[in-house]
Design a binder for this molecule. Structure first.
Ligand code: ZN
Ligand code: ZN
Length: 343
């Protein structure tokens, strides 16, 4: 089969690659669309240590079942599917609790990190275990389905957050995930959704996607503006979707006493914490990572139009053009959001 192989750091080749051999509990999927994730772009230069060549990357995919392992039940050739980007073991203490994102033996498709090498979906075929498969609603395209991982990050973050009906919520950072958080909060029934960013283009998008208010992050009276919108108290909850010290601070300052701050972004590994404000204002800080079984909800949100993902799809080039699209994403080309390769 054809595969896009990372041969050396920042060096790709389209190669003839062996079709994966199936374990009894696996299905073979003919990949129809696979998204280039930020973690692939950052990983391809070796900086993350999680894409050690040679590796076929790609973990955000959708396609059609082409072959069934001998122990697989309930799936047939021709089924349209997507799958969890991480392969959980199904056996550890966390998996037993349904916290599959915290699995002790979690492996991400398309990752090689020294500990393991698992080829991914920038190829004509990929093999995945039955327990991470999800059926696509009929009206969902492969391209939309390949966006489900990003949606699931937003849905999991919102699910982790205590939100009363009609809550006032601040979203700090409106890149793709932040904009998905805005849409999920709208579906969740929030009263006020206050988008905060440094890019007025992204803020305009946030308003189109359901933000009730948009404020530039560098406005000196940012906190007064948030309080003016929330009866002088501050937001009930905030989502930090950047991961820098300044934006963490903004998120913490934007919530009322007793409010919660859900931390989604982690561009930096460390951020200073306004400890006294967190303690004396009795705030709740919530970490959130990936997702844990929310895919069916996400697929339904996309299929019903409650969450729009097509706006984020910048291009759908063939697999052969993968290398040049990786370079454009690596260079940080403005306006490029999600690129889906089609093997
Ligand atoms: Zn991803
Ligand atoms: Zn596990």
């Amino acid at each position: 089969m054809k595969a896009l192989v990372l041969k050396e750091y920042r060096q790709f080749a389209i190669e003839d690659f062996p079709v994966p051999t199936l374990q009894p509990n696996e299905v073979l999927i003919r990949v129809r669309a696979c998204g280039i994730c930020g973690s692939d772009v950052h990983g391809m230069d070796g900086s993350s240590g999680r894409r050690i060549p040679p590796i076929v990357m790609g973990h955000e995919a959708a396609g059609v079942i082409a072959e069934i392992g001998s122990a697989v039940t309930g799936w047939t050739k021709g089924d349209r599917v997507t799958f969890d980007s991480t392969v959980s073991c199904g056996e550890c203490w966390y998996c037993g609790r349904g916290e599959i994102n915290l699995c002790e033996n979690r492996r991400v498709l398309g990752v090689s990190c020294g500990e393991y090498r698992r080829h991914g979906a920038f190829a004509e075929y990929v093999a995945v275990p039955q327990r991470i498969l999800y059926r696509l609603p009929d009206n969902l395209s492969f391209e939309q389905a390949a966006m489900v991982e990003a949606v699931s990050v937003a849905v999991h973050a919102v699910e982790r957050t205590p939100l009363e009906l009609n809550a006032a919520v601040a979203v700090v950072g409106t890149g793709m995930i932040g904009l998905l958080v805005v849409q999920v909060l709208r579906a969740r029934g929030c009263g006020k959704i206050i988008a905060i960013d440094l890019d007025d283009g992204k803020l305009a998008l946030a308003k189109r996607f359901g933000a009730t208010h948009a404020i530039m992050a560098d406005e000196s009276d940012l906190q007064e503006k948030i309080r003016a919108l929330t009866s002088g108290r501050g937001a009930d909850a905030a989502f930090e979707v950047v991961g820098l010290p300044a934006t963490v601070k903004t998120a913490i300052e934007s919530v009322r006493k007793g409010g919660s701050v859900t931390l989604v972004g982690n561009l930096k590994a460390q951020a200073e914490l306004p400890l006294q404000a967190v303690v004396t204002r009795q705030l709740t800080l919530i970490g959130t990572c990936a997702s844990a079984g929310e895919y069916p909800t996400c697929l339904d949100l996309i299929a019903s139009g409650k969450v729009n993902v097509t706006e984020f799809i910048s291009a759908t080039p063939p697999l052969e053009e993968g290398a040049s699209w990786f370079e454009r994403l690596y260079a940080g080309e403005k306006g490029l959001m999600k690129v889906l390769l089609k093997p």
